[in-house]
Ligand binder design. Structure first.
Ligand code: HEM
Length: 413
């Protein structure tokens, strides 16, 4: 018998890992749903999401008051006493007009031209990563491909050598760990803050070097892209922008690539179709993003009392905006729980958000997925799981969908 909503908990690691039945029940019973465990309001329907994301006066991205986190002072003191920079609010945590200042800068850096220039390097990284494992007939796909592919590209753009991708991964995990402070213990916060300090000191050095001698990378573009009538970004602001690029751009793309591969294993007939017709790669990628959106939720704060789809949300409540559930909304997508690259509105998902905070890295992420699946599909056949997936499949997170481990085997095409 189907479960009712009160029988599910988002904090149950199995529900959290595969929340689709719970989403369907939320859509049916109460589309703006207050989590009993945290008090946060989940917004889960497509139209509600667009309304929230396009009304920053009511639904603020400055979530400080509603923060569920603790140990913030501990984190701050470790950063500052070590010669680093305490967190300030920039970009994703700001509302207009302040948001515009950061957003203009990032839009000047993440251009179509830059993604086009980067594409040969992305193709080369894909090819080298496949070379590294193809003779073995199997690989730890999560570690040997899905993490490394976007990791190497961002690491190189931020001034690291590609061989330092593991260091970079450690920094990204520590920064994401800090954003999970609501559920983390004191020791974890302390460790993560120390690792983040190491990253901050590295970036400060690279900023100064690129300020003096620009190179063709993101860091140089950042420090040189301000116009004369704009106030220069402070080191606090620059550090926070780096933090957002790393936390926003790494695990998300890794997760999208993992889920694309998992879809190919679950639906092997797709591999045949994609091999025959490369023009299907684009809708395939969009359907991967819709089906298992890498960012399931992010936070907003109710700036005033507001009623949304029949639920009253009091001022200063934490709101979790559900890009994942909205992309499975049957009012928008026919048979939303079916993976279907031929659906008529295949790219209409909300995986990259909507409105003023729409993901500036979407072009880059889509190119990384295109290059990855184009290379993988050409070179691998008979792709299967090499080991059963762990249960639950994903590490616990209220925001993302990180696969724990993912070993695949294949033959050479
Ligand atoms: C498949 C991969 C990705 C997904 C699913 C994704 C998803 C998202 C979503 C849903 C938002 C909206 C946040 C909001 O509404 O507050 C966002 C914003 C953002 N993303 Fe991405 N992202 C991806 C890749 C990237 C990449 C590659 C980068 C950069 C290297 C990046 C950097 C950012 C930044 C900086 C923001 C904040 C923008 C703002 O607040 O104006 N993302 N992303």
């Amino acid at each position: 018998m189907a479960k009712t909503l009160s029988e599910f908990s988002m904090l149950d690691p199995h529900v959290n890992s595969e929340p689709w039945d719970m989403y369907a029940e939320i859509h049916k019973e109460c589309p703006v749903y207050q989590m009993p465990e945290t008090g946060a309001f989940l917004v889960t329907k497509y139209d509600d999401l667009r309304q929230v994301l396009r009304d920053p006066e009511t639904f603020s991205s400055d979530v400080r008051v509603a923060s569920m986190g603790q140990f913030e002072e501990l984190q701050r003191s470790i950063l500052v006493e070590g010669g680093g920079w305490e967190h300030v609010q920039t970009l994703q945590r700001t509302d207009p007009p302040e948001h515009g200042r950061y957003r203009r800068l990032i839009d000047r850096v993440f251009t179509i031209k830059r993604v086009r220039e980067l594409t040969p390097r992305i193709d080369q990284v894909v090819s080298e990563l496949i070379d590294n494992f193809i003779e073995k007939g199997e690989c730890d796909f999560n570690d040997e491909f899905a993490m490394r592919m976007p990791g190497i590209i961002i690491a190189e753009q931020l001034g690291l050598d590609h061989s330092q991708v593991s260091t970079f991964k450690k920094w990204a995990d520590a920064m994401l760990g800090a954003s999970r402070s609501a559920v983390a213990g004191e020791e974890e916060i302390r460790e993560n803050a120390k690792i983040e300090l190491e990253a901050q000191l590295f970036f400060a050095k690279i900023f100064e070097e690129r300020r003096a001698v620009p190179q063709n990378d993101l860091m140089s573009a950042f420090v040189h892209s301000q116009t004369e009538d704009e106030d220069p970004l402070s080191m606090h602001e620059l550090q926070n922008m780096m933090h957002q690029l790393i936390t926003g751009g790494f695990e998300t793309t890794q997760s999208a690539i993992n889920h694309g591969m998992w879809a190919l294993i679950r639906y092997p007939e797709l591999v045949v179709k994609l091999k025959e017709d490369a023009s299907l790669l684009k809708p395939f990628i969009e359907e991967v993003l819709r089906w298992e959106a890498p960012v399931q939720f992010l936070a907003r704060r109710a700036a005033k009392d507001v009623e949304l789809n029949g639920t009253l949300i009091p001022k200063d409540s934490m709101i979790l905006v559900g890009y994942g559930p909205a992309s499975r909304d049957e009012s928008k997508f026919e048979c939303p729980h079916q993976f279907d690259i031929e659906r008529s509105n295949v790219g209409a998902h909300l995986a990259f958000g909507s409105g003023g905070h729409f993901c500036p890295g979407a072009l880059l992420a889509r190119q990384e997925m295109m290059s990855s699946f184009s290379g993988l599909i050409q070179r691998l056949d008979n792709i299967e799981l090499a080991r059963p997936l762990p249960a639950p499949v994903h590490n616990f997170s209220l925001f993302f969908l990180p696969m724990k481990e993912f070993h695949v085997k294949f033959t050479k095409a």
